[in-house]
Design a protein around this ligand. Sequence first.
Ligand code: NAD
Length: 438
Amino acid sequence: MKISIIGTGYVGLVSGVCFSEIGHDVSCVDIDTEKISQLSNGQCPIYEPGLSDMLRSNLDQGKLTFSNDLQKSMESAKVIYIAVGTPEKENGEADLHYVYAVAKEIGYFIREGQIVAIKSTVPVGTGKQVKAIIQEESGLNSIQVASNPEFLREGSAIYDMFHMDRVVFGVESEGAYRTLSELHQPFQTSEVVTNIESAEMIKYASNAFLAMKISFINEVANLCEVVGANVTKVAEGMGYDHRIGSAFLHAGVGYGGSCFPKDVKAMITIGEKAGYSLKILPEVDRVNMNQRTRMFYKIKQAFGDQSLKGKRIALLGLSFKPNTDDIRSAPSLDLIRLLKDDEADIICYDPIANNQMIKHIKNLTTVSSYMEALTNADALVLLTEWQEFKEINFKEVKRIMRCPVVIDGRNIFDPKVMEKLGFHYNSFGRRVVQRKGT
Ligand code: NAD
């Protein structure tokens, strides 16, 4: 099937590459000319495991093309996907101006029978609004708009596309459903077929629920710290219960990324606009942001709550989670700000995301290995659980650090090992290992 995908960010690009991999004829469009020229040359602008190879292979076979020309891309497409960003506005609302701008452009070129499917995460009612815009611009009354939200996770996006738990189609006609179902047929997944509003809501409710699970276990962790329980064991004990499940029960510095923070806030504003004030979600967000401050105070606590001025703090992990270079709303951004305000001497290392961070924060020191970051460091502060950090040799690390302090924002190290090696070790919801003499 011929499809056009508008927006080649994390979602548009991964979807485009995967749709071409299963045999469709995919044309991707973006307004970012530099990105398009990179992609046309087989260079992947983002880090996502497996994406580069699959991109090049489908490009070489002619099943995948990239351009800035929307009209050409849409020309013979059966389905036109909107996959542009919906970032957070200052008031928490989803910023829909990219979506509406694309809808207007689609309106200039759309032809009878083409289906416009919205993959971007958009508030309930946006699908109808997009339809109205396209109808007005095109003068056609029979425009077919559908909602087909995306659930992939950065860092395992290709895997997720080929092992999707379900696909959601919010449609207005049997014809639109049949076309979208045929398009997804090779993925062999369960289909949820509903109206556009419910499909839009499914995406927000899913993300908000997962964010709530994280904030819930973080609340439990904070309580564990006070009552002397161990949140790792608590989560294990809870997770065996199939009604609860073990996923997203990892206490730590909290969630970040381009989806959970903005989608939780957008859902709150959807409620406000519709006249229903959501009670749980504002707390989910508050608990999450509070974890970042708690992390900062755990660092300070290791130094007797004194100013961190002149302390060399090694931040390990900048991306919001492992296996991605995405730093949007990452906890590292807030930790860097707090540490800077306290005049700490920050040295950062991330296996992939150093460059992204340098683009965002001026005068930040980044190095190319964790050993370099830890040399003469006063504290190791772990923010992202990259695999290489799980394999750190702490005997060696202790030799090169100035001060044996480890603050673990993802609970990946073992307090017993840290104790044996003589580190001050603090994590979330578990006992603090005090260094002798501190
Ligand atoms: P992104 O910011 O990485 O990419 C958006 C792309 O759209 C950019 O390349 C931009 O240049 C392009 N664009 C903007 N206006 C355009 C226009 N008029 N014509 C053509 N291209 C245009 O965004 P993303 O992370 O891919 O997210 C896209 C949507 O998918 C968002 O609504 C997001 O919430 C949702 N989503 C994201 C993820 C994720 O993990 N990133 C997962 C599920 C859903």
